[in-house]
Design a protein around this ligand. Structure first.
Ligand SMILES: C[S@@+](CC[C@H](N)C(=O)[O-])C[C@H]1O[C@@H](n2cnc3c(N)ncnc32)[C@H](O)[C@@H]1O
Length: 254
């Protein structure tokens, strides 16, 4: 069973593919205070949960969403139809790094998808190229809440230097030419809600769809749950930075 299909099924009850509650997604998007007729770009949009929420909040905004997952984009299209905003969103199935810099946007999102550009620093640099002067970015990224344990690193298949601590994360984003004008740090209950939804929804799907894919879905859910409960719970944090493009790229502060 393809990893993308597993991820699609696992997110059915938590369409935001990050440990952020719907209320906090709304709060971050409201804080962006977008101008009339805003243009939004969502890189690694998944099912476009963030952008669809933005289109509900800003009724004259229009958006582009980019993702490599056909399943996620199909779901995004269906949600946009149900929400009645299909004319205001264009979806592009391609790697985010290949999306052309053909126009400038008021808001660029990249939440939980910085791997598409090779990490936070390169992502912030790419995102900046799409922004109007004083334009905004919402970048959601993991960070080490505390020193990563060997169990957390093994479960995530990560090295200690793959992520930074919170101050380092802020500094890495800002050094690409941004100011952090707001941010939201996910709390433990949001992480738990996200992970219980991911693993529980997949287990339930496996029970209700007996057949060759059910075993793979069950195994993926249990492996993910072990990795979380025995590994990165309370170690891995997640922050969504609301960044404003500053006049110039800045050297990293030490
Ligand atoms: C954790 S999900 C986040 C989705 C969405 N931003 C959200 O918060 O709901 C990461 C997404 O990045 C997408 N992705 C992975 N590599 C990508 C790439 N090279 N270009 C574009 N999207 C990519 C995946 O398909 C997935 O939908």
């Amino acid at each position: 069973m393809e990893r993308r299909l597993i991820s699609h099924l696992a997110h059915r009850d938590h369409p935001i593919a990050a440990p952020v509650s719907g209320a906090h997604v709304t709060r971050l998007l409201r804080r962006a205070r977008l101008p009339e007729g805003a243009r939004i770009l969502d890189l690694g949009c998944g099912e476009a949960a963030w952008t669809l929420r933005a289109l509900a909040l800003y009724e004259d905004a229009t958006a582009d969403g980019v993702d490599v997952s056909a399943e996620a984009l199909k779901a995004a299209e269906a949600h946009a139809e149900v929400q009645g905003v299909w004319k205001r969103i264009r979806l592009h199935e391609k790697p985010a790094a290949d999306f052309p810099v053909a126009e400038k946007y008021d808001l660029v999102l990249c939440v939980g998808a910085t791997h598409a550009f090779g990490g936070l620093g390169p992502t912030a640099g790419h995102v900046r190229r799409y922004l109007k002067p004083n334009g905004l970015a919402l970048i959601g990224e993991g960070f080490w809440e505390r020193e990563p344990t060997p169990e957390a690193l093994a479960g995530l298949g990560a090295g200690p230097s793959d992520l930074l601590d919170l101050p380092g994360t802020v500094a890495a984003a800002e050094s690409a030419g941004f100011d952090t004008v707001y941010a939201y740090t996910s709390d433990l209950s949001e992480w738990d809600d996200y992970e219980w939804s991911w693993t529980g929804t997949l287990l339930r799907w496996a029970n209700e769809h007996p057949g060759p894919d059910a075993d793979a879905a069950r195994a993926a859910a249990l492996e993910h749950r072990d990795t979380w409960l025995h590994g990165y719970r309370k170690v891995l944090g997640f922050v969504t930075l609301l960044l404003q493009r500053s006049a110039e790229e800045k050297p990293a502060r030490t």
